[in-house]
Design a protein around this ligand. Sequence first.
Ligand SMILES: C[S@@+](CC[C@H](N)C(=O)[O-])C[C@H]1O[C@@H](n2cnc3c(N)ncnc32)[C@H](O)[C@@H]1O
Length: 310
Amino acid sequence: MLAKAPEYHVPVLGPEVVQHLISDPNGIYVDATLGGGGHAELILEQLGSEGRLIGVDRDPVAISVASQRLARFGSRFDHRQIPFWQLPDVLGSLGVERLKGALFDLGVSSRQIDDPERGFSYRQNGPLDMRMGPDAARTAEQVVNEYSNSDLAKIFREYGDERAASRIAKSICRERETEWIRSTTQLAELVARHVPERYVTKSQARVFQAIRIEVNEELKNLEETLNRIVDALGTGGRLAILTYHSLEDRIAKRVVKGTPISNLPRDFPVADPAAGKMRDLARRGITASVKEIKANPRARSATLRVGERV
Ligand SMILES: C[S@@+](CC[C@H](N)C(=O)[O-])C[C@H]1O[C@@H](n2cnc3c(N)ncnc32)[C@H](O)[C@@H]1O
């Protein structure tokens, strides 16, 4: 018997996402992080004959896998291979005036992490790449070999919350004086040499996460993109965001609460145009059940944030 191919990515909090996202089965929806199309499929299954879903991903492999999986939905599903910060600009060309809902399932997919050739995993040897898609401006190899000591330390501290940030950055700079750092194993071993044994795995995970965020500029345009999507929602439209670490979650929370992002002083005489656009539908965030985490450990760090356009 043939072994079953591993699943591309098991959607996290699938039923909860569908339940909170769909307010009108005949509306137009966006999945800004299509991945393997798991959430998209669940959404499309609940939409009516007039309902449409547009899927976006910067990864050509994701687009190819998801579009095959979702082909049965015909013209009710459309897709674009773009980074999601371009999404607000392409909605017009897709004939969309108002969205009923948008989903952002942030970060990388299991498929991206599990493929050693993509270089995301400190557990498997591969090239230091970490680009989610070909549009990314740099590879992990460039970050590791070309960034200054202080920039590396800053990234490890800010994006990885890594205590040994300076020590690890310094050791990378020392190592690369004699040898170009090319592989995930080389980097993982370097980290391991500079932190106490019991912290090795955690530090490796943090350093790899930090570099991944830098390579893909994951936080750079996030708040602005989410706010532009809020502007594209019709009244009652929903924004659902799945976050996996505190930096993303802080941004998502602010957006679904409709917290103004402008710097107008509180006593400014004119109403802040950014204020009061959203109502938070899940104040404490929705997290996965013990059962789901057992079946899909990736769900452990997930928080679902949902806001409704008022
Ligand atoms: C967690 S996975 C999504 C999995 C998907 N919900 C599913 O059920 O299969 C995140 C996906 O978003 C994509 N992605 C992350 N940031 C992106 C960005 N800025 N623009 C476009 N795609 C992005 C990644 O390439 C990845 O395929």
